[in-house]
Design a protein around this ligand. Structure first.
Ligand SMILES: [Zn+2]
Ligand SMILES: [Zn+2]
Ligand SMILES: [Zn+2]
Ligand SMILES: [Zn+2]
Length: 125
């Protein structure tokens, strides 16, 4: 998932409190307010989006296309657990993002890093 501002770097930041995850670190630091909802932010939260390996590889095969087709982007955004809803939860404390809110509620440990999950924050990709 590429930064909505520069379309070069991966999205690595979620804006708090609105929860929009739209920017790489560099672009996020240049924002005065969220470019999605125009809300001024109280802080920026580092997140780790967990994408499918296949998607990463297909991206590398097409270095010229800076934007994903909307179809690929939709698939990339799907919850990796139920494959139905969009990913929308950041696990705390590890900040991995790969599930929807419904699945996040059922998880007590992160599937990626095996860290105990004590809470999650809702975000919008
Ligand atoms: Zn950027
Ligand atoms: Zn926002
Ligand atoms: Zn889910
Ligand atoms: Zn994790």
């Amino acid at each position: 998932m590429l930064c909505r501002i520069c379309y070069k770097e991966e999205i690595e930041i979620a804006i708090v409190p609105c929860g929009h995850a739209i920017a790489c670190i560099e672009c996020a630091l240049s924002l005065d307010y969220c470019s999605m909802c125009r809300m001024s932010y109280s802080r920026l939260m580092r997140i780790h989006l967990c994408m499918n390996k296949e998607n990463d590889e297909s991206l590398k095969l097409q270095p010229c296309s800076s934007k994903l087709s909307s179809d690929d982007e939709l698939k990339a955004k799907l919850c990796k657990v139920c494959l139905k809803e969009e990913m929308s939860a950041v696990f705390l404390p590890c900040r991995h993002v790969y599930t929807c809110v419904k699945c996040a509620e059922e998880m007590s440990e992160c599937l990626f890093c095996r860290e105990h999950v004590y809470s999650f924050i809702k975000i919008y990709l």
